[in-house]
Structures are given as C-alpha cells and as structure tokens.
Design a protein around this ligand. Structure first.
Ligand code: NDP
Length: 601
C-alpha cells in the first residue's frame, strides 16, 4: 500500500478494520427475507390515508396509444415527452388519488427533497416554476407534479386510485391488454412502466409485530388523524403520547426532529446510524431566479451530475454537501494528503475516509452526551448507504424527552402488546412508526404490483428468475414488445433520480415516435443485443462510488441487496461505467439513427 503523507489525521488500516467489524455484525443470513409485505393482516399499512374516499367511476374499456403506469415524476416526464413528440393519446394510471408518486405517498412531517430542488424538480422551465427553497418541501414538490400534469394535459386522461393488475401482450392484435383493479380493460399499443424503484413499503419481520395493541403505521402512509397536524403544521395530538420510531434511514432523519418536538416521549430505535451532513436550506434568492437564462435547468443538472461522478467542472453551480466530496479529492492532492502517483481508487478511498471522519466529528459537535454521540457515528464508506443531510436531527437527541435506543447493529428483538424490546428491556409506547423503507431486491412484479405476461405467455418474473435481469439499456426486454421500463436496473445510477427518468423517457419516446412515423407496430429487442448488454453490465459492475478498494464490503442495506451480492443481483445493477458514460452512449445510439439491437416488424 502506498505510503500516506501525514496531513491526514486518521489511520486508514484502523478505519478499514472498524468498517469491516461493523459490517460483519449486521450481515444476516435472511437478507431481504427479514422484511414482510404489507398484505394479509398487514394490508392496512398500505392503505391510502391521504385522500379519503374511493372515487366512484365506471370501468373503462378502450383502445389507447400509450398507457403509462404511474403518475409520479417518471410517468409525468414520460407523458410530457410523448406530448412534446406529438403523441396525444396517452392514459396515465395511478394508484394514488393525485399526481406525485413518492411525493404523494411520503407526506411525513419534514419530508423534502435532499437533492437541490433547482435540479431535482423536473421540467421547471416548461412549467415556468422556480422552487421557493433550495430544498423544497413535499407539498410544494407534489404541487409541482400537478402543474406538470396540467401543463401537458395529462390530467385530462388519468385514472386515479387505480392499480394495474395485469399487462398481457396479445400477439394477434399486437396490443397490451391492461387490466386494473377497477375492472378496466384497455388495449394499448405501448406501455411505459414508471412505477418507481421505491414503490412498495416494507415492514420489519420483528417477532410480535402482529401483537402490539397500540397504534402503528409506516412513514409513507403518515397517519395525521392520529398525530394531528399536517406536513406543514406541528403534530399537536402527540403531547400525551409515547412514540417509537423504528429505523434511522433518510426518512427518519427528516421526521425525527418533528416527533421530538411533539411527542411526550420519543424512542428512536437504531440499527445502523445514517451519515448526517450539513443541510443549509434557504429561501430562493429572487435576484438569482431573475437572472436565469433559458437552458439553465439542464446545464445545472449536468453540472451536478458531472461533479458527483468525479468529472471536475469550472464552477460548482449547486455547491452543497453532495458536490463537496469531489472538491475534497482535488483538495487532497493540493494539500499533499495523497501522493500524485497514487491510484485514483485509493485517493477516492482517502477522500471518503476524510469525509466520514468529518461526519463523525459533526456528531460530536452536535450531541452533548459523549456516549450517545458514539452510538450515532456511522462506520462505513459514504455511498454505502444513502447520505443524509439535516440540521435538526442530531440536536434532537439532546432533548429530555428523546431517547436513542441503539441496538448495536442487531435491530429490535421483539414487539410485545405494550411496546418494543431491545436487549431484554421493554420500552412501553402508545404508537410505533416504521421508518423501515421500501422493497428493492425482491421480484420485479412483486414490487411493481402487477403481472407482466409476454408473447410466449411467460411472466417477466419467470423470465428473470431463470436468467437474471436481462434488458437492452435497462429499458426494454426481449419477449415483451412495445414495453418500456424507467428503471436504474441495467440503466444508470444517478444521485439525482429525475435526471435518469428524463434520459430514459427520451429514449423510449425516440423509439415510439420512430414507429409512429414509419408505420411500425411492433418493436422487439434482438436476442444477441440483449445478451451483449447483460455481459456489459456484468463486466462493468463495480463497488459503490468512492467506497474504494479496501471497503467494497459495505454495511448491509438495499444498495447491496442486504449484503448478499451474487451474480444475479449484480446483473440487476445499474451500468457500472457511470451515468455520464451511459447517457453519452444512449445519445450516440439515438443520433446514429440505426436503432441497433432492435427489430421492428
Ligand atoms: P431505508 O431503507 O433507508 O431505512 C430503513 C431503516 O430501517 C434503516 O435504518 C434500517 O436499518 C432500519 N431497520 C430495518 N429493520 C430494522 C429492525 N428490525 N430494527 C431496527 N431498525 C431496522 O428507508 P428510508 O425510508 O429511510 O429511505 C429509503 C430511501 O428513500 C432513501 O434511501 C432515499 O433514496 C429515499 N428518500 C429520499 C428522501 C429525499 O429525497 N428527501 C427522503 C427520504 C427517503 P439498517 O440500516 O441497519 O438496515
């Protein structure tokens, strides 16, 4: 190992060993199986309590050019792209009672985007909107989703409170037969699946979860009737309640301070601490907004994506804690903290260690009790888990009415009728809030909530169970003609997810438009092209950005299939060359005009 100069004040070997010990503690043989679905006796956890009554409507039976599944950013971006291309006959089908997707469901107190809103919110120039804050709140983001729908007339043709149950390709008519839980039957030339990668909530399979006699809900179905308040107002009904939060991921980081202020007593049950960096939210400067020139939005998105992908830029337009890791790499060279001849991966690892040291120091600075501070320190590489940013989360643990219950990496032992048990101690509570996230590594159809039956009668799950995920560019898969998926799997990983949604939609609409213009009715992926793309994905598979060679073994979580990475899960990973390389590849593919890898009828 290359010798490190002394301007760093940590020992990389000690940190590597510590990360490994902390990871090993958390690896469980049951991986994804530790979680349970919100069905059967747990079905009520998934109930929509945002918009009350189910709207009555007659089942629809109709022909349509494009069915888009999902009314979140993915569906809206795809719908807008179709409209811009002159394809008007588009129906959006959405499970919620309004647009917004994740921003419709996740209305928990404190919910806001954690990527800057000026790049995270899509289609800002088209809708003529400047968010009111650097990191906008969930209600403002959801309202923006509705504005996109209105701007592109997607609100005229939408089925809300409707779940697609089956999509079946009919080889006779070359149509997708779309069945919903509202007894609709639509025949669509094309289907764009935009159901979102974090769509299906999951519950921890903690023994006794079915026995608790108090109140329980999941953060993505916040129960304001129980807590009082609203996404904008204090939770005024919690003043006499003892509340437990299970989980300390990105969602908990945002809602815990609000619960701490409102609850009589709050217990936060932690298995793995998140990395919590500076947020620095602020209102939008009207002079800056006024100064923006056409094209600013795309330029800012690309500037950010370049910086977080390690491509130096003359200026850092976003300039926040996402982009400063990269700034730190350059700085390490300048300071002589690393030697010029050092391998880039080693430098990345050093920068990552240094960043995480500063995050651990930040914990000490914010927490009065050294023992609590120690428990809140994350011991893994940044990007092993979703990095979090919040200025109120840590100080919440200085409050008299808030207790951190650290489970030492092992999780909650048991739930009883009266409360939550850790290390033999029962904490009696009135309410348990599960901040335990969403399914990622489970089967495609289970997560999408619908069955997709291709031309040979096989479901997509059956195809992928046998071969692993296999697509062309993450967008199409052989045997499922005229079907497009907006997903990072075999596509690209971007910190700013809507950026990927825009790029993937551009590709899908490019193909659909070509078919309209040339009278094609069926597009199919060539077998060889799909096999080649799968090989490319496997060849390019890599460790999470910046984790470095010594710490590829990340602490478990949904980023690494709960620590159980195998050939199949690696095959479902995003393109390992990074999003910039992937987007360029897609642009070249479109510009070539030869639709390589596709067969049209
Ligand atoms: P996560 O999957 O990130 O977190 C789940 C939490 O539950 C983890 O802390 C996990 O611990 C814990 N947990 C699970 N089982 C147990 C158990 N048995 N006992 C104790 N703790 C347990 O879910 P989130 O909802 O927080 O976030 C999901 C994703 O949503 C984020 O990664 C992010 O991509 C997105 N998000 C984005 C936001 C934004 O843009 N503003 C805000 C919020 C979320 P462990 O880590 O040990 O597994």
């Amino acid at each position: 190992m290359t010798e490190i100069k002394t301007t760093i004040d940590f020992d990389p070997d000690v940190l590597r060993a510590k990360y490994k010990t902390e990871r090993d503690k958390r690896i469980r043989p049951d991986g994804n199986e530790q979680y349970i679905e919100a069905d059967g006796i747990f079905e009520h956890f998934a109930k929509d309590n945002n918009k009350g009554e189910l709207l009555r409507r007659e089942p629809q039976s109709r022909e349509v050019d494009v069915v888009v599944v999902g009314g979140g950013f993915g569906g809206l971006i795809a719908g807008a792209s179709l409209k811009k291309a002159g394809i008007e006959d588009v129906v959006l089908i959405e499970k919620g009672a309004d647009f917004g997707g994740t921003w419709y469901w996740n209305q928990y107190p404190g919910a806001r985007c954690d990527v800057e809103s000026y790049i995270y919110l899509p289609l800002l120039e088209e809708v003529d909107k400047i968010p009111t804050e650097k990191y906008a709140s969930a209600p403002e983001i959801q309202e923006h989703a509705c504005s996109i729908a209105r701007r592109f007339d997607l609100d005229k043709n939408v089925c809300f409170q409707t779940e697609v149950k089956t999509l079946k390709w009919d080889t006779e008519t070359n149509r997708w037969i779309v069945h919903t839980d509202r007894q609709d039957e639509m025949k669509a030339r094309f289907v764009i699946m935009a159901s979102g990668p974090l769509h299906k909530l999951k519950l921890p399979g903690i023994s006794g979860i079915d026995r608790f006699s108090g109140h329980m809900f999941h953060t993505s179905r916040w129960d304001y009737e129980y807590t009082g308040g609203s996404p904008k107002d204090p939770l005024m009904l919690l003043g006499d309640k003892r509340v437990a939060v299970i989980g300390t991921g990105a969602t908990a980081i945002q809602c815990v301070s609000h619960l701490g202020k409102a609850a009589k007593h709050l217990y936060v049950f932690q298995r793995t601490p998140s990395s919590v960096d500076f947020r620095g939210n602020r209102p939008t400067d009207p002079d800056w907004a006024e100064s923006l020139e056409p094209g600013w939005h795309k330029e800012r998105m690309e500037n950010f994506n370049n910086l977080v992908s390690g491509v130096p830029q003359e200026v850092d337009l976003v300039d926040d804690c996402w982009t400063d890791l990269i700034g730190n790499i350059a700085d390490m060279y300048r300071r002589g903290a690393v030697q010029p001849e050092m391998d880039l991966l080693e430098v990345l690892e050093m920068a990552n260690f240094e960043k995480m040291e500063s995050i651990r120091k930040r914990v000490e600075e914010n927490i009065d009790d050294p023992e609590i501070a120690e428990a809140l320190k994350p011991w893994y590489a940044l990007f092993c888990k979703r990095p979090c940013f919040d200025d109120e989360y840590l100080p919440t643990f200085n409050r008299e009415n808030v207790d951190l219950i650290d489970t030492g990496g092992l999780g909650v032992d048991e739930i009883t009728t009266k409360g939550v048990v850790v290390a033999g101690q029962e904490y009696e509570v009135d309410c348990i809030i599960f901040a335990t996230g969403f399914e990622v590594g489970t089967g495609y159809e289970r997560r999408a909530g619908c069955q997709v039956v291709g031309e040979d009668g096989r479901t997509l799950t059956e195809k992928w169970d046998e071969k692993g995920v296999s697509t062309l560019h993450g967008l199409q898969t052989r045997g499922y003609p005229n079907y497009f998926m907006l997903s990072p799997s075999q596509g690209a990983f971007t910190v700013n997810f809507p950026h990927l949604l825009e790029e993937a939609s551009t590709n899908a609409v490019h193909i659909i438009k070509h078919m309209f213009d040339n009278g094609h009715s069926v597009v199919e992926v060539e077998e060889e092209a799909e096999e080649q793309w799968v090989k490319t994905i496997i060849q390019k598979a890599r460790a999470p950005i910046g984790a470095g060679p010594g710490s590829t073994e990340c602490t478990p979580g949904y980023y690494n299939n709960e620590g159980h990475l195998n050939e199949k899960s690696r095959q479902g990973a995003p393109y390992g060359g990074g999003s910039i390389e992937f987007f360029n590849l897609m642009k070249d593919w479109r510009d070539s005009g030869d639709f390589k890898g596709l067969e049209f009828n």
